[in-house]
Design a protein around this ligand. Structure first.
Ligand SMILES: Nc1nc2c(ncn2[C@@H]2O[C@H](COP(=O)(O)OP(=O)(O)O)[C@@H](O)[C@H]2O)c(=O)[nH]1
Ligand SMILES: [Mg+2]
Ligand SMILES: [Zn+2]
Length: 290
């Protein structure tokens, strides 16, 4: 009788996969057939594997993926910690893009306002802009407020996103003291282990997994058309049921509930203005395509 187990791929180097099942790690190989499909085993994959002996195994099946990020190449991301701080001041255009991509990939965004040990004027700004569409946590990588992240990591696969120098690597190091001990900390430049591998891995934290490389592909808008951008903004979608036209882009149309909400101060004006800018940018790009 074969002993088939289920686990999560936490590391992939040169065709050798580390699979975590319960609290045990297995060194697994994947049969050649997976390599010729576009479905080679990825970090984050939930797989079935045959337990051979002495912690070795062979992958027998890749379970269906919920999503797949390209940079880093990771499957099944559940949560994104979008990290902001008052210094450097928040790039809300970037934050908008990350939130749109999260919505598209079915990733739950949690906004971390980091560096709250310092005087902080970012929290209010972030609440005004995103309070209706994401959970916002005030933290500092320098104290034990990172423990607040426990309930959001537990049982999930979590990646970080956000602009440079907001403290992503510092928070990771606070969550991963073992990793710090093992590899001398993560490089501030790349967010990767300083002398381990070039590949992204999952690290067990609080009964969940954290990706050690920032989710760069969440930072660009790819393949979203101007006329569907509005569908990725949850707060706009809710309000838009009262727009006169169901296809209202909330820009030039009359009787637009979104524009009305902005005038009444119900919807953040900055957020709306950025939407119009992003909408026009996408529209311009589409014009140049044909
Ligand atoms: N005061 C304070 N400084 C922080 C905090 N988190 C990060 N930093 C500092 O901010 C700088 C950038 O941090 P880093 O983790 O490299 O940011 P990353 O580029 O987002 O990975 C470093 O000098 C950190 O020491 C924090 O919570 N409080
Ligand atoms: Mg970093
Ligand atoms: Zn409208």
């Amino acid at each position: 009788m074969k002993n088939i187990l289920t686990g999560t791929v936490i590391k992939a180097v040169g065709g050798v996969f580390t699979v975590m099942s319960g609290d045990k790690k297995y060194t697994c190989f994947s049969p050649k057939k997976f390599r010729y499909q576009d479905s080679d085993v990825l970090v984050g994959d939930k797989v079935q594997f045959e337990d051979l002996h002495k912690g070795k195994g062979v992958v027998t099946e890749i379970l269906p993926r919920k999503n797949k990020l390209h940079r880093p190449e990771i499957a099944n991301v559940d949560v994104c910690f979008l990290t902001l701080a008052s210094e450097p001041s928040p790039d809300l255009y970037l934050a908008d893009k990350v939130l749109i991509n999260c919505f598209q990939e079915q990733i739950e965004p949690i906004i971390l306002v980091n560096k709250c040990d310092l005087p902080n004027n970012a929290l209010q700004l972030v609440q005004d802009n995103y309070g209706k569409i994401a959970t916002i946590l005030a933290i500092s990588a320098m104290d034990d407020s990172v423990l607040k992240l426990k309930e959001y990591i537990s049982g999930k696969v979590v990646c970080f996103a956000g602009q440079s120098a907001v403290g992503k690597t510092s928070i990771l190091n606070a969550l991963l003291p073992d990793l710090k001990g093992q590899v001398g900390g993560l490089s501030a430049k790349t967010g990767r282990g300083t002398h381990t591998t070039r590949h992204s891995s999952l690290h067990k934290v609080f009964d969940g997994f954290v990706v050690d490389t920032c989710g760069f592909s969440l930072c660009d808008l790819n393949g979203i058309r101007s006329d569907e951008l509005r569908l990725y903004l949850d707060d706009f979608v809710t309000i838009s049921h009262d727009c006169k036209f169901t296809s209202c882009t909330h820009t030039v149309e009359p009787d637009c509930a979104v524009k009305k909400a902005v005038e009444q101060g119900v919807l953040c004006k900055g957020r709306y203005d950025r939407y119009v800018e992003e909408y026009n940018e996408l529209k311009d790009a589409e014009k140049h395509q044909y």
